[in-house]
Structures are given as structure tokens and as C-alpha cells.
Design a protein around this ligand. Structure first.
Ligand code: GLA
Length: 661
């Protein structure tokens, strides 16, 4: 019987980091023990990239060094999240099995010397991965230090080799049943692409011009299933020897090679990694965006932040620093939204190797440093929050998220390069976050009737089931906002004929989109209500909806741009362009009002983030984060777990966790 709660074993929320002691020696390990106690670390992730040490040659294992570290951590009161090292096969493996190396779409076969250089579809890799997972589980499955299993690291590597081609064909046969059905699904009647034998079908490798979109979409679906199957094999090998929860760290939000809804169903606890892509307030918004997605993947169950950086913001290929205080604010930002603690990558900053300059809990400067002081302060705070363990968060707005729609916007031949799914998803979340409203993400085929408001950005691909689900949602009283370029294609990426969006949804929106008219890069348009749009415009006519704003330019002058339809007992809103941030925020504010959605904690000024965690027995905690440089008086003073005293105000940049509200 699997123990699904990690916090039971830890006696509170988790705090710690990826721990790679094999980079160091005895004196440093001794200092690690002392510093982990100071920082109140109670969980360390071991072994993520340790394959070469654990199995120095095929099927010969060396566990002595790992035994010593696990026992040392255990003696020091630190539990272990033990990883399988399969994200980084050692050089001996690739030399013995060169066919298991990644091949790029252009045919380049990569070599070892980095990490993640394996093809998941290669039989030699899969059996080596099962073997080491099983050997680890056999040895450590019931070790008293073991809190959980961490399979692999950030699954998501793709490959286009011959093993992949063979596995893809097996998957396609199962999905389509016959070559005729595949030809029909992929629209191969055009451009002379018709397949007459399965051997002719390839992964979408480098081509002269546009790749077939159906093939590209199916390839993503195939890889997602392949990744989940590879995870399941390791998980099941572990479960044969261990009753501890098994998970893998998912990488959010921009790493979309997996159907995360499907993957999350396989995990005993959802765990995710998060690195913001802009500093300052944008980083805090990114934390919330990430955390809301992570929680939603597990259907609201408690989850765990498995990696964050103490001082790492990825701005393209530049790594920016976080602001002072962000270590605590980002940690609490995740905990506020349901995380059962916070783990960092990594404990001690490497002195050599590929990630020497990646931030860590103990920086190169050592413990006498701002970073370690903030880490220690954060560890002390997390240690005071044990009573939050197992409590959950409730949201009143859902933003729809569909991996198929994401992949659909990645195929060749679309009318605009600016239909970017990830940006659209984050843009939908941001004004809701600014308004203090807690957001769940939901798949468009999920039951969403409990949310008074549902926002649907960028659902370019919309399955028949999803279209009917959303129609019913509006008919039964929901308020739905559908945004431009949605419902243009069905689940096979075939265009919807007779007008967009998909017919049953169109009924709820009371409109019919007849023509899409993408805008030039940097072109801005003005609507009749004074709001501004960019990227996209549409020629649409109302079929029952009222027009709230019209276009004021070119051939679209006077035609509807933004509409609302009373349908059944609900309302279907349609926005046919991408509004500027402030105009979009105003629209979201209007929808919140119409749908009767209040902020999670009313009465707080802009820039103060607040989320309530609820325990099943009725206890509640408000987690408050002040992102402003001003002190903010609290409308309702209460006992703050951080200071163990009554809190009347939040200091500038400060946080509080108020009990009983
Ligand atoms: C990922 C990985 C870690 C580390 C960090 C660096 O999240 O899982 O091993 O490389 O990125 O940000």
C-alpha cells in the first residue's frame, strides 16, 4: 500500500534541495550537515544524475557511496527523495549502445558529454533504465530515510531516429487502425503525400518545406504516450520493492512535450520545477501561473515544488538575479497555491561542471552570504507552517488548457507566427492574478460547471467533445470568454467548415466567424470602445449575440469585434482580437463582476497577493505577499504564523500567514 502523503513522513512541509554530494569531499559533507540543520532542511533529492557512479559498468553497481550519504542524511534528520539517474546515461552506455543516442530531425546523431542524450524509444535505453530503477528500489525501497521516489528528471527529450520511427508506426496503427484512416486524418490527398505501406511513414524529420500538420500533431501525441510509458515502467519496477510515493518532476510552464493532464494521473504526487522568465513582479506572477497549473494538474490535490532557483531568472539565454526577499516570497507563493513545501536546485553551488554558475542554497561565497541568510530565514518560516500540510486551495475561475491546442499552434503553415499558446495562456492568467482571484486550469473536456467564469484563450484546435462541453457549460448558467482564433480546427487539425468556431460552441456564442485577417507585426488597431488590439482580427457576424465593440479600420469598419450572447441561463462572450494588456485587464474585471467573482481575500490593495488554504476540518490560513514597497495595513488583523504574533500590517515586500481566516 503506497503512502501517498510525503508530509506525514516529514512531519511538516518539505524544505530542501537537490543534493549532489559526489561533487565534494568529507569536510564539505560535514559542513553540509551543519548548514542543513541551520537552514531547517528536511528533504534532499539524491542521485538525479549519478548513473556513472552507481553503475560504473554495465550491471555492476556501486552503492557504497550512496549508502553512506543516505545514512548520514538520515542521522542528521534529513529525509531522502531518491532519484533514478536515467536522465543522464554514462559514456559507457552510449558507446555500448550508439543506437540509443538522440537523432535530430536533420539526421544528426548527438553524442554524450552533456545530459539527456538518450532516445526513450531505444530498447537498450529502456531496459537499462528499468534495470537501474529496480536495483535502486531493491536496495533502498524501505530505507527509513526514504520519503519518496523521483523518477528521472524533467522528461521531455524527443528523438527522430529509426527506433522512434518504428515505435511511431506501432502507435499510429493503434490510433488509426488502417493506412486509409491515417491518410484521411493527415490529409495526404494534398501534395502527393499518400502512404501505401506503413514503412513509408516517418517521424516528422527535416523536410524541404511545411511538414504535414497531422503528422506533426500525432508525433507529439505519440511522444507523450511514449514518455508516460517509460515513466510507468520505472514506477512499476520501484513499486515492486517500495511503498513510498513515486513521482517525476515536471517542467512548467513552457516545456510542452507531454500531455501533462495524462501524466499527472500516473503520479502519486504531482511535483513541478519552476524558473521565472522575468524578474520583479513578473517573476511573482510567473510563480502564481506555475503554481496554479501544478495544483490543477493533480485535480487540486496537494503537490510539491520540486525545483526553484535561489537566484535564477531565465531571460532567454541570459540569467538574471532575483530581488532580495524573493527566496521567501517565491517559496510562499508556491505554498499559498497548494505546494507542500519548496525544494531548490541545488543545495550547494557546483565548483566545476556544466552548472557551475547556476544559483544554489549555499553559494560559492559560502554561508556568510545574503543568499544563505535568506535561505535560512525561509527554512525557518517553512518549518513554522507544518499545520498547513494537506490543506487545499479553491478557485472560482478556470482557464482552459489543452496540450493538443498547444501542439496545434506549433505546426507549419499557420497564418501568423504570433499565435503563441504559452503567451496566450500566461496572458489569460495575469489579469486574474492581478485582481486577486485564484485560478484553476482545466482541460476543455473537463467538467467546469463549478466555476462561475471560464476563460478560453488560443483553443485553435477544439475537439467535438470540448465544443459540446463548453456549449453545455454556457447553457447551464456559466460565463464563458472565448478568444480569437479558437475552434478553427477539430481534433485531427482539419479546418472547421461553415464558419468558426466549432458549430456547437458557435451556438452558445451567437456568432459566426467568416474570415480571419491576421495583422502585421507591430500593427495596432482601435475598436469602437477605445480599446486597442493587435496580432489578429476577424470578420464575424452575430447570430443572436449583441455587439459590444466594433472594428474601426479597413474592410472591417463597423463590424463586430467583441460580442456577448445570452444563451440558456449563461453568457457566451467572444473577443476576436488580442487586446492590449490594460484593455484586456479591464475586460477581465468586467467579466469577474458579471460572474460575481470576488478576490480570494477582498479589501487588499493592488500588489498584495492573497490566497486561502483550507483544511478538510474547516481550518483556514491566508497567505499574504506584499509585492509593493509600501507597508500595507491588514483589514482584519490576525495571528501570523511567521512571527507567532498578531499581525496588523504587512511590511514593504513582506509576507504573513494568518491563521483562522
Ligand atoms: C532543470 C533541471 C536541473 C537544473 C535546472 C537548472 O530544472 O532539472 O537539473 O539543470 O534546470 O535551472
Amino acid at each position: 500500500m503506497t503512502t501517498r502523503s510525503i508530509t506525514d513522513r516529514l512531519g511538516g512541509l518539505a524544505f530542501g534541495g537537490d543534493y549532489n554530494p559526489e561533487q565534494w569531499d568529507e569536510p564539505v559533507w560535514k559542513e553540509d550537515d551543519e548548514l542543513m540543520r541551520r537552514a531547517r532542511v528536511n528533504l534532499a533529492t539524491l542521485g538525479v544524475f549519478s548513473w556513472a557512479l552507481l553503475e560504473p559498468e554495465e550491471a555492476r553497481y556501486d552503492f557504497a557511496w550512496l549508502d553512506a550519504h543516505i545514512d548520514r542524511l538520515h542521522a542528521n534528520g534529513v529525509a531522502v527523495d531518491l532519484a533514478t539517474p536515467t536522465a543522464s546515461p554514462p559514456p559507457w552506455f552510449t558507446l555500448a549502445h550508439p543506437d540509443a543516442l538522440v537523432v535530430r530531425p536533420d539526421g544528426t546523431r548527438l553524442v554524450h558529454g552533456s545530459r539527456d542524450t538518450y532516445c526513450l524509444a531505444a530498447p537498450a535505453y529502456r531496459s537499462a533504465a528499468r534495470r537501474i530503477a529496480s536495483a535502486l528500489a531493491e536496495r533502498y525501497g524501505d530505507h527509513p530515510a526514504l520519503a519518496m521516489w523521483h523518477v528521472h528528471n524533467e522528461y521531455g527529450t524527443l528523438c527522430w531516429c529509426d527506433h522512434t520511427a518504428a515505435a511511431f508506426r506501432v502507435w499510429l496503427r493503434a490510433r488509426h487502425g488502417s493506412l486509409d484512416a491515417l491518410n484521411e486524418a493527415w490529409g495526404t490527398a494534398f501534395w502527393s503525400q499518400r502512404y501505401t505501406s506503413w514503412e513509408q511513414v516517418l517521424p516528422p524529420r527535416a523536410t524541404q518545406w511545411h511538414k504535414n500538420p497531422g503528422q506533426a500533431l500525432d508525433f507529439h501525441r505519440f511522444w507523450s504516450d511514449e514518455i508516460i510509458a517509460a515513466y510507468r515502467e520505472q514506477r512499476d519496477a520501484i513499486r515492486a520493492h517500495s511503498d513510498r510515493p513515486v513521482t517525476t518532476n515536471l517542467m512548467l510552464p513552457a516545456y510542452q512535450n507531454i500531455d501533462l493532464w495524462a501524466f499527472a494521473r500516473e503520479l502519486d504526487v504531482v511535483t513541478c520545477d519552476q524558473y521565472p522568465s522575468a524578474p520583479g513582479l513578473a517573476a511573482a506572477a510567473d510563480v502564481a501561473f506555475h503554481a496554479d497549473r501544478a495544483r490543477s494538474l493533480g485535480g487540486g490535490r496537494p503537490w510539491l515544488l520540486m525545483e526553484q532557483g535561489t537566484n535564477t531568472v531565465y531571460d532567454g539565454d541570459r540569467v538574471l538575479a532575483k530581488d532580495p526577499g524573493d527566496i521567501l516570497r517565491h517559496t510562499l507563493g508556491h505554498i499559498a497555491r497548494g505546494s507542500e513545501g519548496a525544494i531548490f536546485f541545488q543545495w550547494r553551488q557546483s565548483r566545476a561542471g556544466a552548472e557551475t554558475w547556476h544559483s544554489a542554497m549555499v553559494p560559492h561565497a559560502g554561508p556568510d552570504s545574503r543568499i544563505f541568510r535568506e535561505v535560512t530565514q525561509t527554512g525557518e518560516v517553512v518549518a513554522r507552517l507544518g499545520e498547513l500540510a494537506g490543506s487545499t486551495v479553491s478557485a472560482s475561475v478556470a482557464v482552459l488548457h489543452d496540450p493538443d491546442a498547444w501542439w496545434a499552434l506549433g505546426v507549419d503553415g499557420l497564418p501568423s507566427p504570433e499565435l503563441d499558446y504559452h503567451t496566450a495562456l500566461a496572458r489569460a492568467h495575469r489579469p486574474l492574478w492581478d485582481a486577486g482571484v485564484t485560478v484553476d486550469f482545466a482541460h476543455p473536456e473537463h467538467e467546469v460547471s463549478r466555476y462561475p467564469l471560464v476563460v478560453a484563450p488560443a483553443l485553435f484546435l477544439l475537439s467535438d467533445r470540448a465544443a459540446e462541453n463548453l456549449r453545455r457549460y454556457v447553457a447551464d448558467g456559466g460565463t464563458l470568454l472565448v478568444q480569437h482564433a479558437s475552434g478553427y480546427a477539430d481534433g485531427r487539425l482539419h479546418a472547421r467548415l461553415g464558419g468558426y468556431p466549432a458549430a456547437p460552441l458557435r451556438e452558445a456564442l451567437g456568432i459566426r466567424v467568416e474570415e480571419y485577417r491576421p495583422l502585421r507585426q507591430d500593427e495596432r488597431i482601435t475598436l469602437s470602445d477605445g480599446s486597442h488590439g493587435a496580432v489578429w482580427s476577424e470578420s464575424l457576424r452575430t447570430e443572436g449575440a449583441e455587439t459590444l465593440a466594433t472594428y474601426t479600420h479597413g474592410m472591417l469598419t463597423g463590424s463586430p469585434a467583441f460580442t456577448r450572447h445570452h444563451y440558456g441561463t449563461g453568457q457566451g462572450w467572444y473577443l476576436s482580437t488580442r487586446l492590449d494588456d490594460t484593455d484586456y485587464a479591464a475586460l477581465v474585471g468586467r467579466l469577474l463582476k458579471e460572474a460575481g467573482v470576488e478576490p480570494d481575500v477582498p479589501g487588499l490593495p493592488a500588489g498584495v497577493e492573497a490566497v486561502t488554504r483550507h483544511a478538510p476540518d474547516g481550518r483556514r490560513w491566508q497567505v499574504l505577499l506584499n509585492h509593493t514597497p509600501e507597508a500595507v495595513p491588514l483589514p482584519d488583523p490576525a495571528h501570523d504564523l511567521l512571527t507567532d504574533a498578531l499581525a496588523h500590517e504587512l511590511p514593504p515586500g513582506g509576507c504573513a500567514v494568518l491563521r483562522g481566516h
